[in-house]
Write a protein that binds this ligand. Sequence first.
Ligand SMILES: [Zn+2]
Ligand SMILES: [Zn+2]
Length: 306
Amino acid sequence: MTNLFTINAPTKSSHQTLTDAQLYGLCKQYGHHALEARRKFIGLLPEVYKRHLYAQKGFSSIEEFAAKLAGISEEQVRLALRLERKFKDKPDLKMALTSGAVSVKKLARVASIATSENQKHIAEMAKVLPKSALEVFVRDEKSVPGHVNPQRKLPDVNLAENEKSVPGDINLLAHLDVDLQKDLLEREKKGIDINQLLKDLLQKHDEELAKEKQKLAKEAHAKAIELKKHGKKPSRYIPAAIRRQLQSEHGKTCSIRTCQKPATTIHHTQRFALSQNHDPNFLAPLCREHHAIAHTIDEKYFEKRR
Ligand SMILES: [Zn+2]
Ligand SMILES: [Zn+2]
């Protein structure tokens, strides 16, 4: 057993002498070990089941064995046995289960997208991603199968239909200023094609944004060269002009197409340590979950979804 009992809890009197920080520290340490031991115990169950060890030791079932020895629920036991069968042709996922490296809950979540080809990668993701990010990853992978499973492709028909459907609020016009609504209606009455007008305006706006972006990119590279010349390290802080540019382009939400969550971080899609600049072409506002995913997966995966 790894240092399960090496933590120095006070032996003399009671826990009353501990500071809040110490008490909380102990809770976290013990909790961590408890959860780890629990996962390891669950990982043993498939083998116990195969050997009928529970019966040899006088338990009526594997469920009773797990409940009495470790307080594991019937549901968890069955899930572990089911997953082990499912992972027969997926050695890395099977190892993640039997070694207790990953919880059955997380493994059950990724089981639906795992194949014998992508299983190694999926096992890695399940190990490093927190549960919420893993949920998002599985959902993304189901809607737009990509990087981890290149064989699966969405049929073209589906793509076309997705593009046609109106996303979000259909009564968008009702949100416009009354004056603006009047203006548009008047133009329409005069026979001006306001559909085309708005399309043109948006296109022009996008073109301007793109131009501004390239200008900022040039400046970012020039600045990086200048700093290097003087032997200075670039700051990790992203300049306000670039932040503004990103917000004009992506709004306040995550820049992954299918994601509506608020962006919490501006992620460097090229590692900042290597690129040493804030070229906005390689910056992406991401929500917490997609940011966690971004750090476990390569760029190609992300390019597909932006
Ligand atoms: Zn990042
Ligand atoms: Zn997101």
